[in-house]
Design a binder for this molecule. Sequence first.
Ligand SMILES: Cc1ncc(C[n+]2csc(CCOP(=O)(O)OP(=O)(O)O)c2C)c(N)n1
Length: 560
Amino acid sequence: MTEPAPDQISGGHLVAKALKAEGIDVIFTLCGGHIIDIYDGCVDEGIDVIDVRHEQVAAHAADGYARITGKPGCAVVTAGPGTTDAVTGVANAFRAESPMLLIGGQGALSQHKMGSLQDLPHVDMMTPITKFAATVPSTERVADIVSMAFRECYNGAPGPSFLEIPRDVLDASVPVEKARIPEAGRYRASTRQAGDPDAIERLADLLVHSEKPCVLLGSQVWTTRGTDAAIDFVRALNVPAYMNGSGRGTLPPGDPHHFQLSRRYAFNEADLIIIVGTPFDFRMGYGKRLSRDATVVQIDLDYRTVGKNRDIDLGIVGDAGLILASAAQAASGRVDTGAARRKEWIEELRAVETQAFEKRLPRQLSAAQPIDPYRLVHEINEFITEDTIYIGDGGDIVTFSGQVVQPKSPGHWMDPGPLGTLGVGVAFAMAAKYAEPDKEVLCLFGDGAFSLTGWDFETMVRFDLPFIGVIGNNSSMNQIRYGQAAKYGNDRGRVGNTLGDVRYDEFARLLGGHGEEVRDPADIRPALERARESGKPALINVWVDPDVYAPGTMNQTMYK
Ligand SMILES: Cc1ncc(C[n+]2csc(CCOP(=O)(O)OP(=O)(O)O)c2C)c(N)n1
């Protein structure tokens, strides 16, 4: 074994020092000869190395780690196929505004363009799906450029960065005093922007004059850790709140300002709609689902998102929590002419909400066999606690859960985000359980989604990361099947979307986890309890009715 002289440091050790300075305590990786010096550096810096079975999982886990911890995640993969395998994970983080760094190996600079093993133009491939993508040109610059990549992750709305480190750059050693090794907390500024003060005053005015306001608390409320400010805001001004993405759980179910099922009604009837930290993308019907008569305010970290796809009346760029706190403060000194009518408005929405809930309840309690997916997600919703981090990874089954499962705490809801990537589940569970070992992690999978990256269940076993996996098994890619059958008829509607009747519970046991099969809805709850008690990574294979679809799937809302 060759060790650098004491006053020398190698590229891999410089990477590890820069990760440490960023507060990162784990990398997710799949090995390759191009990157092993980073592992050696991690050992010295006390950074854990979680090695997975597919690079896509490493990248999704880095994304998930960022969402849970508020720190950037890091995945390290080898050159060529290692890096291409991770592309989906980076792309998902890009659309979800999740800060992470992917480090890819690269052939030696000395063999540049000579056809070295696993050589590809990684930076060109990564540029459109990252905020920053670069080659590290010399060993001296390794830590400096890693810290630059982290800085770039937080420019505007957060997102991923990519670095490739040529093998000779990584493996070489340089005198320590020649390398810039940025120190923790000294190489980037705070990103908390308070918003234009004039715009905040206008928002305060709009609020106190509004009789029928509503607010949509999107993912950036969680990203910016603006939960408390958002809660104070809705309480101080008596504003009904809807939540989406990672913003779910900002208010717990049962809170007087927590609304979910009356959103369409509110967006039609409101006189003031405040959209916080979520774009007018397909999940919002590109803004078309908001009343044309309402005054629309949009708050976002990214200047480019505000006013995109739909006209707005007031746009504010900055940190969700800071802006909501300043608006509430600015409103507190004003005469609130809308206050009395807002009370009635809240009652009106509560009535709509209750009616919608009662209409659906019989489905949620259905004793049908095969199991109605509504019953499965109802049981999950009843089972989770304020310490359960809920993950959805699938098509139709996750659309059902989006209607029924309500996280009980902020930051306890994870879904892929607007890229709609199947296969995030095991990786998100890995990151969540690693980062929050005292929390329970429950992931609902479609059988199709689980199959994409399910081998990493073994990683969960190997690293002793217990979680409860529930597979809504309909032996189909049902969300696709619905639209296909509607368009081409039942026979042709079956082409390319049929899966085998796979016993995922047996798969779990094969890999050393806990597994159970459920056919009777009355058995769902006891099976969930046993999975909780097992203390192991678990898969409960629940056979759900393949001929029942979620309303969102039947309306094909995602394409409208
Ligand atoms: C990586 C990826 N591939 C394909 C799709 C397209 N897609 C969306 S939903 C879906 C079906 C998912 O099936 P499953 O996870 O079993 O859930 P189900 O719809 O059957 O409940 C597919 C293939 C996607 N979103 N992501």
